[in-house]
Design a protein around this ligand. Structure first.
Ligand code: PEP
Length: 232
């Protein structure tokens, strides 16, 4: 089971360092598998012990005239080789189109990054039924090489992100089982994963890990969630 913490626009460089230290301390006696933390760009740093650091975002280029962005050169400075691409907040708030997302994917694929590729539907699509749901989800794979060896897909229904309402285990199974069948990739679930839901989610065969936002922000609580998810 893998655990991914997405800090979004939370934490500073200083608090991220303290977080990593505390998380490692809390998990030192646990066989805790793979743990990834995605801090904001200003807090990128080299990982330590059990924690791998990844980037929440990156432009498709090494460097250049792209105000406000960071690219390969900045990520390499911290030995970052894991990146989130296609998060719904990037798609919805920052207007990243499927074509744009696919360009990022292609670039970081050529650089051999571990790519956590996020997909997920809004509530109005979910309400239209299963056929519409899969049509929407499959459209988010346009231009994406699903055979890429370092690809992990994160299924994150938009209506479950940051709302406190996680998808049910039946909802998750429905989507994950079909995605596994079609693409045979590693699959994460994300969307209001919490200490009280992690056990049931971790038991689902087609869930290989979780991407966690709000419930990952405090190191001691994230450590508890990890331990519960591992049944430790
Ligand atoms: C996310 O945005 O990736 C996420 C899963 O957030 P939350 O856990 O807060 O729903």
């Amino acid at each position: 089971m893998k655990f991914y913490a997405n800090f979004k626009m939370n934490h500073t460089r200083d608090s991220t360092s303290k977080y990593i230290e505390l998380l490692n301390k809390e998990l030192k006696d646990t066989n805790s598998g793979d743990i990834f933390v995605f801090p904001p760009a200003t807090a990128l740093q080299k990982g330590e012990d059990k924690v791998v650091i990844g980037a929440q975002n990156g432009y498709f280029g090494k460097n250049g005239a792209f105000t406000g962005e960071i690219g390969l050169e900045q990520l390499k400075e911290f030995n970052i080789d894991t990146i989130l691409i296609g998060h719904s907040e990037r798609r919805e708030i920052f207007g990243e189109s499927q074509e744009f997302v696919a360009k990022k994917f292609d670039y970081y694929k050529k650089e051999n990054f571990n790519i956590i590729y996020c997909i997920g539907e809004p509530l109005e699509v979910r309400e239209q039924g299963v056929e519409a749901l899969f049509e929407y989800l499959y459209s988010q794979f346009e231009g994406i090489d699903t055979t890429y060896k370092n690809l992990t897909v994160a299924y994150e229904p938009i209506w479950a992100i940051g709302t406190g309402v996680s998808a049910t285990t039946a909802d998750i199974e429905l989507v994950h089982n079909r995605l596994k069948e079609r693409f045979n990739v590693e699959l994460l679930y994300g969307g209001s994963v919490k200490i009280d839901t992690i056990e049931d989610i971790a038991k689902i065969d087609s869930v290989d890990g979780v991407l966690v936002g709000s419930a990952s922000l405090k190191a001691d609580e994230f450590a508890k969630l990890i331990k519960k998810g591992l049944g430790a």
